[in-house]
Design a protein around this ligand. Structure first.
Ligand code: KIV
Length: 286
């Protein structure tokens, strides 16, 4: 049985250079399989907007969506640390509203920690959450909730100005009490510098080999779902989408050809009663 990762153990992993494996999950079976595979942290990412709900961006995802999916994930992975994304704008209305929303994700969803996209401007919110006992992980680099401001899903921190800003944001998150930072689509050089400059953990996605851990989206790792685009930073370890499509086609063909169900899938009356005998004919045993 897995032991839920705690913040002190996470800190020890950094000092012992033990890599952290994080994976997103959005429902009971994905969480159960992730726990069985011993991922360190499950992220109920608002990427569920893209890969589960079929939105173009993460912006339409609501607090209710996140609570609903987090509850299922926690049921599937009761022994794994579960971090949940605070959805778009739910932490941008001041520390009090942020605390109210984060508390719902913890109390109603059952998450162990929350993730926020943004830098130094969130220091007050992070201080308020951590003072209330809510662990917070930041998210810098490509922050999908700001995609319209950023102008697309592109690598961040390429210029020295951008790199300096990202590093100072990471330090501000640490200072405010965050226990880690997700670095998304950041150059390997910058992610390595950030990781070495912080005492808290960095978890990268498209941020190279210098981070303390890695995170991937469940559907990308498994090539599950037709909307999965080819992304250079993703490694797919299986092609579940093809397996599912083939299986469903086979089922459809067998139904149409009347090859399913067969004898072994049907139930028969072993001892016909008067009623079944009247219906179907044959002997009756009373
Ligand atoms: O929503 C998400 O899945 C994420 C990961 C990409 C880190 O934020």
């Amino acid at each position: 049985m897995n032991k839920i990762l705690t913040l002190p153990r996470l800190k020890a992993m950094k000092s012992q250079s033990k890599p952290i494996a994080m994976l997103t999950a959005y429902d009971y079976p994905s969480a159960m399989l992730a726990e069985e595979a011993e991922v360190d942290i499950i992220l109920v990412g608002d990427s569920l907007g893209n890969v589960v709900l079929g939105y173009q961006t993460t912006i339409p995802v609501t607090l209710e969506d996140m609570i609903y999916h987090t509850r299922a994930v926690v049921r599937g992975a009761p022994n794994t640390m579960v971090v949940v994304d605070m959805p778009f704008a739910t932490y941008r209305l001041g520390p009090e509203a942020t605390l109210r929303n984060a508390a719902r994700l913890m109390q109603e969803g059952g998450a162990h920690a929350v993730k926020l996209e943004g830098g130094a401007e969130l220091a007050d919110e992070i201080r308020t959450l951590t003072a209330a006992g809510i662990p917070v992980i930041g998210h810098l680099g490509l922050t999908p909730q700001s995609v319209h401001q950023i102008g697309g899903y592109k690598v961040q921190g390429k210029s020295s100005l951008e790199a300096e800003k990202l590093l100072s944001d990471a330090k501000a998150l640490e200072q405010a009490g965050a226990f880690g930072v997700v670095l998304e689509l950041v150059t390997e050089e910058l992610a390595t510098v950030v990781t070495r400059s912080l005492e808290i953990s960095t978890i990268g996605i498209g941020a190279g080999r210098g981070c303390d851990g890695q995170v991937l989206v469940y559907h990308d790792l498994l090539r599950y779902g037709s909307g999965v685009r080819d992304k250079r930073f993703v490694k797919s370890y299986a092609n579940i989408g093809d397996t599912i499509r083939t299986a469903i086609s086979e089922y459809v063909q067998e139904v149409k050809a009347q090859h399913f169900p067969t004898d072994k899938h049907v139930f028969s009356a072993e001892q016909p009663t008067t009623t079944t005998a009247a219906l179907y004919g044959g002997d009756t045993k009373q």
